[in-house]
Design a protein around this ligand. Sequence first.
Ligand SMILES: [Zn+2]
Length: 340
Amino acid sequence: MPVLSYVHQLFNAEQCQAYIHTLRWKERPLQCPRCQSHDVDPWGTYHYRPGCKRYWCDGCQRTFNDLTNTLLHQSKRSLPYWILATFLLCLSCSSRRIARELGVHGRTSYRWCWWLRNTAVSYETDRRLEGTVEADDLSHTAGQKGQAQGGGKKSLGRRARGRRKKREPGRGHYDKDRPAIIAWVSRQGAVVIHATRDFTVKTVQKAADLAVQAGSRLYTDSASSYRAVKGYLHEFVNHTQKEYARGEVHENRAECLFSLLKPYLRVFRGLSKINLPGYVGFFQFLRNFRQQNAFEQAELLLQAALDPAIAHRARRGELVKCLDHFDLLQTNGMDLPLYT
Ligand SMILES: [Zn+2]
């Protein structure tokens, strides 16, 4: 039985509609989402959508409601589904889990999850760290899970393998299905996590420029790629000489972050390397808003999803692509998937 059949008394459709209404408009007056006119009047309700009010815009002579041009626009599922799905996503559930709990189709929840992950990324695109920043890197196994050309049955062109791809020793590379992940952790608490193609000096420099303000203090391990990075007050600890902390200088927070990221990613039972930036970007959102509980995080997501500009980009998967704009993880001519 889907969860909603138990909690539907609490998740009353009319109350959800009122909640979404306040979340969308807050103190602001109603405004037409199409022509931005404030000249609007009430225009009845929908018989199939209790609580949803319709408005008439005198500017463009059309009607709209609270969901017009948002991420939830024209969704066949009612608001309780959306609110609960967002909440479960913030509890780090996989799309399959959400499908099961909600009683929706797996493809529906997959699409929703990716739209919502994109809206989460809208909070993270401009984040830059300053002060004292720790950095560490990791090679994570991420293959070609679920990548079928043109949809439908997978045409792998190879023998199917187990989801858990065996790792090769040493540093990974995107082409070897083991892209690198670099974490930048500020001692003030904010984090930036990059999924990158490899771990060369060039990549690390590019990632550092994006994540960290120039002139900040940077603490890392003794990897040569970090030592070549310019523009920061850099100090490092030498793990090969069993030196893990030297007074202030250590990267334990960055390593701790990976110990949280790894179990988070395990939930998905194997990743596609194309989707890695999205998963990592969403984890970054969860980390940076960790003071809030899962429902408050979900509220932030819904708030962004109700912004027509963000919703438009989220539907096309552009925000996750935005995290990827620096070509640190080039997708070999393959575009990021559209979630439609
Ligand atoms: Zn209008």
